[in-house]
Ligand binder design. Structure first.
Ligand code: MN3
Length: 238
Protein backbone atom coordinates (compact mmCIF):
# COMPACT_ATOMS: atom_id res chain seq x y z
CA UNK A 1 0.00 0.00 0.00
CA UNK A 2 1.53 3.25 -1.06
CA UNK A 3 -0.43 5.81 0.88
CA UNK A 4 1.43 8.77 -0.54
CA UNK A 5 0.34 7.76 -4.03
CA UNK A 6 -3.22 7.35 -2.80
CA UNK A 7 -3.12 10.80 -1.33
CA UNK A 8 -1.72 12.39 -4.47
CA UNK A 9 -4.46 10.83 -6.54
CA UNK A 10 -7.02 12.10 -4.04
CA UNK A 11 -6.12 15.78 -4.36
CA UNK A 12 -6.27 16.82 -7.99
CA UNK A 13 -6.78 20.55 -7.55
CA UNK A 14 -4.28 22.76 -5.78
CA UNK A 15 -2.02 19.78 -5.24
CA UNK A 16 -1.33 19.59 -8.97
CA UNK A 17 2.19 20.91 -9.26
CA UNK A 18 3.53 19.09 -6.27
CA UNK A 19 1.80 15.88 -7.19
CA UNK A 20 3.54 15.54 -10.50
CA UNK A 21 6.89 14.39 -9.23
CA UNK A 22 7.30 11.05 -7.52
CA UNK A 23 10.89 11.44 -6.31
CA UNK A 24 11.22 11.41 -2.55
CA UNK A 25 14.25 13.68 -2.54
CA UNK A 26 13.36 17.26 -1.78
CA UNK A 27 15.49 19.54 -3.90
CA UNK A 28 15.39 23.26 -3.41
CA UNK A 29 14.30 23.68 -7.02
CA UNK A 30 12.18 20.56 -7.13
CA UNK A 31 8.48 19.82 -6.78
CA UNK A 32 8.91 16.78 -4.57
CA UNK A 33 7.76 16.89 -0.99
CA UNK A 34 10.14 15.37 1.57
CA UNK A 35 9.15 12.06 3.16
CA UNK A 36 10.87 9.92 5.78
CA UNK A 37 11.89 6.27 5.37
CA UNK A 38 8.34 5.17 6.21
CA UNK A 39 6.84 7.35 3.50
CA UNK A 40 5.45 9.88 5.99
CA UNK A 41 5.60 13.53 5.03
CA UNK A 42 8.17 15.65 6.85
CA UNK A 43 8.46 19.41 7.24
CA UNK A 44 10.68 20.83 4.47
CA UNK A 45 13.26 23.28 5.75
CA UNK A 46 13.10 26.88 4.58
CA UNK A 47 15.30 27.62 1.53
CA UNK A 48 16.72 30.65 3.43
CA UNK A 49 17.11 31.91 7.00
CA UNK A 50 14.14 32.86 9.18
CA UNK A 51 15.22 36.51 9.06
CA UNK A 52 16.20 36.51 5.36
CA UNK A 53 13.02 38.24 4.19
CA UNK A 54 13.28 41.13 6.69
CA UNK A 55 12.06 43.83 6.69
CA UNK A 56 9.22 42.67 4.41
CA UNK A 57 8.33 39.49 6.27
CA UNK A 58 9.56 39.46 9.87
CA UNK A 59 11.57 36.71 11.54
CA UNK A 60 9.07 36.01 14.33
CA UNK A 61 6.26 35.43 11.82
CA UNK A 62 8.48 33.14 9.75
CA UNK A 63 9.45 31.06 12.80
CA UNK A 64 5.84 30.64 13.96
CA UNK A 65 4.52 30.16 10.44
CA UNK A 66 7.04 27.52 9.39
CA UNK A 67 7.83 25.73 12.67
CA UNK A 68 4.31 25.70 14.14
CA UNK A 69 1.67 26.26 11.47
CA UNK A 70 3.26 24.38 8.58
CA UNK A 71 4.32 21.55 10.88
CA UNK A 72 0.70 21.29 12.02
CA UNK A 73 -0.43 20.67 8.43
CA UNK A 74 2.26 18.01 7.93
CA UNK A 75 1.21 16.21 11.12
CA UNK A 76 -2.49 16.57 10.27
CA UNK A 77 -1.91 15.17 6.79
CA UNK A 78 0.01 12.16 8.08
CA UNK A 79 -2.73 11.54 10.66
CA UNK A 80 -5.47 11.73 7.99
CA UNK A 81 -3.60 9.26 5.75
CA UNK A 82 -3.11 6.90 8.69
CA UNK A 83 -6.77 7.10 9.70
CA UNK A 84 -7.91 6.42 6.12
CA UNK A 85 -5.55 3.43 6.04
CA UNK A 86 -7.15 2.20 9.27
CA UNK A 87 -10.60 2.66 7.74
CA UNK A 88 -9.62 0.49 4.77
CA UNK A 89 -8.03 -2.14 7.02
CA UNK A 90 -11.04 -2.38 9.35
CA UNK A 91 -13.55 -1.89 6.52
CA UNK A 92 -15.14 0.80 8.70
CA UNK A 93 -15.88 3.95 6.68
CA UNK A 94 -18.08 5.73 9.24
CA UNK A 95 -15.60 8.59 9.53
CA UNK A 96 -14.47 8.72 5.91
CA UNK A 97 -16.06 12.13 5.32
CA UNK A 98 -14.31 13.60 8.34
CA UNK A 99 -10.91 12.23 7.37
CA UNK A 100 -11.37 13.16 3.71
CA UNK A 101 -11.91 16.76 4.82
CA UNK A 102 -8.76 16.52 6.95
CA UNK A 103 -6.87 15.04 4.00
CA UNK A 104 -7.88 17.93 1.73
CA UNK A 105 -7.37 20.63 4.39
CA UNK A 106 -3.97 19.51 5.69
CA UNK A 107 -2.81 18.24 2.31
CA UNK A 108 -3.52 21.53 0.57
CA UNK A 109 -2.04 23.38 3.56
CA UNK A 110 1.19 21.39 3.33
CA UNK A 111 1.50 21.76 -0.45
CA UNK A 112 0.64 25.46 -0.55
CA UNK A 113 3.07 26.34 2.26
CA UNK A 114 5.84 24.40 0.53
CA UNK A 115 5.23 26.44 -2.64
CA UNK A 116 4.88 29.65 -0.63
CA UNK A 117 8.37 29.33 0.91
CA UNK A 118 9.87 28.66 -2.50
CA UNK A 119 7.84 31.47 -4.09
CA UNK A 120 9.77 33.96 -1.95
CA UNK A 121 13.46 34.88 -1.88
CA UNK A 122 15.64 37.49 -0.20
CA UNK A 123 16.73 38.37 -3.75
CA UNK A 124 13.13 38.58 -4.97
CA UNK A 125 10.93 41.48 -6.06
CA UNK A 126 11.09 43.40 -9.31
CA UNK A 127 9.36 41.94 -12.33
CA UNK A 128 9.07 38.56 -14.01
CA UNK A 129 10.88 38.04 -17.30
CA UNK A 130 10.66 35.93 -20.42
CA UNK A 131 7.67 33.76 -21.29
CA UNK A 132 6.08 34.25 -17.88
CA UNK A 133 6.14 38.02 -18.34
CA UNK A 134 4.68 37.60 -21.85
CA UNK A 135 1.91 35.34 -20.52
CA UNK A 136 1.08 37.82 -17.74
CA UNK A 137 0.94 40.76 -20.17
CA UNK A 138 -1.18 38.72 -22.61
CA UNK A 139 -3.67 37.73 -19.91
CA UNK A 140 -3.74 40.80 -17.65
CA UNK A 141 -2.79 43.68 -19.96
CA UNK A 142 0.46 44.64 -18.24
CA UNK A 143 2.70 43.65 -15.33
CA UNK A 144 1.34 46.58 -13.29
CA UNK A 145 -2.27 45.56 -14.00
CA UNK A 146 -1.45 41.99 -12.95
CA UNK A 147 0.09 43.19 -9.65
CA UNK A 148 -2.94 45.36 -8.88
CA UNK A 149 -5.31 42.52 -9.76
CA UNK A 150 -3.28 40.03 -7.66
CA UNK A 151 -3.23 42.35 -4.62
CA UNK A 152 -6.93 43.23 -5.03
CA UNK A 153 -8.02 39.59 -5.32
CA UNK A 154 -5.72 38.40 -2.51
CA UNK A 155 -6.75 41.19 -0.12
CA UNK A 156 -10.45 40.40 -0.55
CA UNK A 157 -10.32 36.65 0.06
CA UNK A 158 -13.26 36.04 2.40
CA UNK A 159 -11.84 34.96 5.77
CA UNK A 160 -8.60 32.97 5.68
CA UNK A 161 -7.09 31.75 2.47
CA UNK A 162 -4.72 32.32 -0.39
CA UNK A 163 -4.22 34.40 -3.51
CA UNK A 164 -2.97 32.27 -6.38
CA UNK A 165 -1.52 32.92 -9.81
CA UNK A 166 -2.16 29.67 -11.63
CA UNK A 167 -1.69 28.06 -15.03
CA UNK A 168 -4.84 26.83 -16.71
CA UNK A 169 -3.44 23.99 -18.81
CA UNK A 170 -6.16 23.48 -21.41
CA UNK A 171 -6.31 27.07 -22.63
CA UNK A 172 -2.64 27.56 -21.66
CA UNK A 173 -3.54 30.78 -19.84
CA UNK A 174 -2.50 32.21 -16.50
CA UNK A 175 -5.26 33.14 -14.08
CA UNK A 176 -5.59 34.78 -10.65
CA UNK A 177 -7.76 32.87 -8.18
CA UNK A 178 -8.87 33.22 -4.59
CA UNK A 179 -8.80 30.16 -2.34
CA UNK A 180 -10.85 30.14 0.86
CA UNK A 181 -9.17 28.25 3.70
CA UNK A 182 -6.72 26.05 1.75
CA UNK A 183 -8.95 23.88 -0.33
CA UNK A 184 -12.14 25.76 -1.22
CA UNK A 185 -12.90 27.55 -4.49
CA UNK A 186 -9.97 25.98 -6.31
CA UNK A 187 -10.29 24.94 -9.94
CA UNK A 188 -9.68 21.28 -10.61
CA UNK A 189 -6.64 20.80 -12.77
CA UNK A 190 -4.92 24.13 -12.22
CA UNK A 191 -1.23 24.31 -11.46
CA UNK A 192 -0.30 26.97 -8.94
CA UNK A 193 2.62 29.15 -10.01
CA UNK A 194 2.68 31.89 -7.36
CA UNK A 195 0.82 31.61 -4.07
CA UNK A 196 0.50 34.08 -1.21
CA UNK A 197 -0.66 33.17 2.28
CA UNK A 198 -3.31 35.61 3.52
CA UNK A 199 -4.15 33.79 6.74
CA UNK A 200 -3.67 36.30 9.56
CA UNK A 201 -0.78 34.31 11.05
CA UNK A 202 1.25 35.14 7.92
CA UNK A 203 1.24 38.89 8.55
CA UNK A 204 -0.62 39.96 11.70
CA UNK A 205 2.41 40.51 13.98
CA UNK A 206 3.84 43.11 11.63
CA UNK A 207 0.89 44.35 9.55
CA UNK A 208 -2.15 43.76 11.84
CA UNK A 209 -5.29 44.43 9.77
CA UNK A 210 -3.37 45.95 6.86
CA UNK A 211 -3.42 42.90 4.63
CA UNK A 212 -2.84 45.01 1.56
CA UNK A 213 0.40 46.46 2.99
CA UNK A 214 1.60 42.91 3.63
CA UNK A 215 0.73 41.96 0.05
CA UNK A 216 2.64 44.92 -1.33
CA UNK A 217 5.62 43.90 0.83
CA UNK A 218 5.25 40.33 -0.41
CA UNK A 219 5.79 41.57 -3.97
CA UNK A 220 9.23 42.78 -2.82
CA UNK A 221 10.31 39.24 -2.04
CA UNK A 222 8.68 37.28 -4.88
CA UNK A 223 11.16 34.82 -6.36
CA UNK A 224 10.22 35.28 -10.02
CA UNK A 225 12.87 32.78 -11.13
CA UNK A 226 11.00 30.16 -9.12
CA UNK A 227 7.63 31.23 -10.59
CA UNK A 228 9.11 31.18 -14.12
CA UNK A 229 10.54 27.73 -13.58
CA UNK A 230 7.10 26.46 -12.52
CA UNK A 231 5.53 28.12 -15.55
CA UNK A 232 8.08 26.58 -17.92
CA UNK A 233 7.42 23.17 -16.40
CA UNK A 234 3.67 23.64 -16.62
CA UNK A 235 3.89 24.64 -20.28
CA UNK A 236 5.44 21.26 -21.09
CA UNK A 237 2.78 19.18 -19.38
CA UNK A 238 0.22 19.05 -22.15
MN1 MN3 B 1 -0.01 29.88 6.56
Amino acid sequence: MNSRRDFLKAIPAVAGAAALSTSSAFAQNGESLPVDQNGKYTLPSLPYGYNALEPHIDEQTMRLHHDKHHLGYVNGLNAAIKNLEKARESDDYNLVQHFSLKLAFHGSGHLLHTLFWQNMSPDGGGNPKGELAEAIVANFGSLEKFKKHFVAASSTVEGSGWGILAFEPLGKKVVVLQAEKHQNLTQWGVIPLLVVDVWEHAYYLKYQNRRKDYLKAFLNVVNWDDVSRRHQKALKLL
